[in-house]
Write a protein that binds this ligand. Structure first.
Ligand code: NAD
Ligand code: ZN
Length: 376
């Protein structure tokens, strides 16, 4: 079948992307689904900083690739062996393919599925196949999803079925921004009612961490960014205090306010200065939890002595330590009750042809989550 999709041929082109155009809209061929796979027609796809890092060259991926890993859509065809989904089902896509059979999957940590990470590194689906072609040449998949295209063939473990009454434009956010940000607080941090926490980096993922703090009943939720417009949205979503970290007094002011720091500090910028700020904001016994994906070669240094003597901890959070089949419905239920107003984080809806401008806007901090509407 033929479809339109955005292909990244070369990473690291200069900004503005509106001029260098790293993403090229092409007429691609997409194969039908193989064993354990399904064909999904895309409804909405979100622009995440992880895609931007790939476009910028900070996160090397096999090229050429159709990026995109946060989406909602409608199942159009199921391959052999897929028994629990059928055409017309609505789904959210998640960026770990999870095979369901490895020790991490059966151990309750499908976000760490080794088969999925191996396939991701090669640019294939979990079956080892690529289902995308351009003029006969195979194109790589991104995170087993490649949702910056009208259709995707994905592994069964990449999707979670959702109720048809969930608006698809809101549903797409659950596949990355919500599951990562809310999950980091609820699952990785296990923030408890009355705890104090901070979030450093208030994009689509970080603002979901703020929402996660609200649903956990956190006492103080301190939101930090370098961009004042993000601070205003964080306050609207439930942050109790906001600080611009470009203010040289911000760190000391937060320490004063919190009597020396916080028990939980979430780094969600994916930048080393944000890591430094976040670690400095932990109190004795506190934990820095990072969901931000810093550039692949970046390094962060800390004092092992202080870490031990203060019983501090540093923890990574990948896909919010989530079990998608458990957490996507759980977070959608909170959204339906109005407790997770994730739709406020979607600040723009764009067409596929505007994708390069969209990434300029994400990079410049002008937008939070932008959704591509496929308008099917
Ligand atoms: P975004 O660009 O929307 O938001 C990042 C925010 O960080 C921006 O508001 C920016 O102003 C702010 N920021 C930058 N430097 C800062 C600093 N020094 N101090 C404070 N704030 C700073 O990005 P996003 O889509 O929300 O993604 C955030 C990060 O999470 C990225 O690194 C992304 O790759 C990563 N991510 C991780 C996972 C995971 O599973 N761990 C999943 C999705 C995204
Ligand atoms: Zn993402």
């Amino acid at each position: 079948m033929k479809m339109r999709g955005a292909v990244l041929f070369e990473a690291g082109l200069p900004q503005p992307y509106a001029i260098s155009k790293p993403l090229v809209i092409e007429d691609l061929d997409i194969d039908g689904p193989g064993e354990g796979e399904l064909l999904v027609e895309m409804a909405y796809a979100g622009l995440c900083r992880s895609d931007l890092s790939t476009i910028a060259g900070a996160r090397p991926r096999p090229m050429p690739v159709v990026p995109g890993h946060e989406a909602s859509g409608i199942v159009r065809e199921v391959g052999p062996g897929v028994k629990d989904l059928k055409p017309s089902d609505h789904v959210v896509m998640v960026f770990v393919m999870s095979c369901g059979g490895c020790s991490d999957c059966v151990g309750g940590r499908p976000n760490l599925c080794g088969s999925s990470s191996g396939a991701k590194a090669k640019g294939t689906l979990i079956s080892g196949h690529r289902r995308l072609k351009l003029n006969g040449q195979e194109i790589n998949h991104a995170a087993g999803i490649s949702c910056f295209a009208e259709y995707a063939v994905v592994s069964r473990g990449s999707v979670v079925k959702i109720d048809k009454d969930v608006p698809l434009e809101d549903a797409s956010l659950f596949g990355c921004a919500v599951i990562t940000g809310v999950g980091a607080v609820v699952n990785t941090g296990k923030v408890y009612p009355g705890a104090d926490m901070a979030v450093v980096g208030l994009g689509g993922v970080g603002l979901n961490a703020v929402l996660g703090g609200v649903v956990c009943g956190a006492n103080r939720i301190i939101a930090v960014d370098i961009n004042d417009s993000k601070l205003a949205l964080a306050r609207e979503l439930g942050a109790t205090h906001t600080f611009n970290s470009t203010d040289p007094n911000a760190l000391e002011e937060i320490r004063d306010l919190t009597d020396g720091g916080l028990e939980f500090v979430f780094e969600v910028a994916g930048a080393i200065p944000a890591w430094e700020m976040a670690y400095a904001l932990t109190r004795r016994g506190g934990t820095l939890i990072s969901a931000g994906l810093a550039p692949a070669k970046a390094e962060f240094s800390f004092s092992p002595y202080q870490l031990v003597s203060d019983e501090r901890a540093i923890k990574g959070s990948y896909m919010g330590s989530s079990v998608p089949e458990r957490d996507v419905p759980r977070f959608i239920n909170l959204y339906k009750r109005g407790l997770l107003p994730v739709q406020k984080i979607r600040t723009a809806t764009i067409g596929l042809e505007d994708i390069n401008v969209g990434f300029d806007r994400l990079s410049d901090g002008e937008e939070v989550r932008q959704a591509i509407a496929f308008g099917g």
